[in-house]
Write a new protein. Structure first.
Length: 286
């Protein structure tokens, strides 16, 4: 699916705390609302094609830029999963949303799990796209090792056109809209070079919150239907590890279903927007 001018969203600022405003992308509809949350160092535009498909099915969709992501404020603090979940709750309250189909990708999955546990009134169903069960402490012996391996690369000063070529080469089955949205993870300066929206120190603070506060303890407190959409690697050993991790998460949730995406990218919503939209639409209350 390619987003065209007829399904472009409106964009509004929503205040969630003193001096903190989040940018929210909105597609109109009259059915059960959808609330969409991006991952770490990503942005709400990655949801555009999914949201357009959801809106075409008659449902309003809202995609949120978290702090220092996309077009949102860049405050000095609040870079942890709990604060992100509180920010999303504040957006939902400000927009009058309740009983929404709430979806999160990667770290955004962890964020919406926390949201659903803290504010189940806001969440009618939960969609977790290759995240929501992420626990870096299960993959590394120490925080220092985790921080060394997962520290993001220094991209400041790289030319935007060079990064666009790199993203396009790595993701040949992504639409031009998805490529543009991925480039939007960074700010393009007037001279054509890139700079980070989310600073590396703030990125690492979020990662540390994922280490200190994994979501597993919250799974039994999720009363709503939960759909887990894991990207399963082609490598058999890694695939077995992913399946085991996801199965453990689903077993701890009262009403969980798993639908695998074999061989898919981590950004499922960018690579397979129509399929993701169809899966999320299956969560709409009858």
């Amino acid at each position: 699916m390619v987003v065209d001018d007829e399904v472009l969203p409106s964009i509004s600022p929503v205040s969630v705390a003193p001096d903190v405003t989040l940018s929210v992308r909105h597609w109109s509809g009259s059915g059960q609302p959808f609330l969409l949350v991006h991952g770490l160092a990503s942005n709400a535009r990655l949801w555009d094609e999914v949201a357009a498909a959801v809106a075409a099915a008659g449902h309003p969709a809202y995609a949120v830029d978290l702090r220092s992501h996309g077009e949102s404020s860049e405050p000095p603090d609040g870079y942890d999963t709990a604060t992100a979940a509180a920010d999303v709750a504040a957006v939902a309250d400000a927009l009058g949303l309740s009983g929404a189909v709430v979806a999160g990708q990667s770290w955004g999955g962890n964020v919406v799990v926390r949201l659903a546990a803290d504010r189940p009134d806001l969440v009618g169903a939960l969609g977790l796209l290759d995240g929501g069960w992420l626990d870096p402490s299960a993959n590394f012996a120490t925080w220092e090792e985790c921080a060394k391996v997962l520290r993001p690369p220094d991209l400041d000063g790289m030319r935007a056109d060079a990064l666009r070529k790199l993203i396009t080469a790595q993701h040949r089955d992504w639409s031009p809209a998805a490529i543009d949205a991925t480039l939007g993870n960074l700010r393009v300066e007037p001279d054509g070079t890139l700079s980070r929206r989310l600073s590396i120190p703030n990125h690492m603070t979020i990662l540390r919150s994922m280490w200190d506060d994994p979501p597993q303890r919250l799974f039994p407190a999720l009363p709503m239907p939960v759909l887990l959409l894991p990207a399963v690697p082609d490598d058999p050993d890694r695939a077995a590890q992913v399946r085991a991790r996801v199965a453990r998460a689903a077993a701890a949730m009262p009403r969980a279903t798993i639908r695998e995406y074999p061989g898919a990218d981590h950004d499922l919503h960018a690579q397979h927007p129509d399929r993701v939209a169809a899966d999320l639409l299956s969560l709409v209350a009858p």
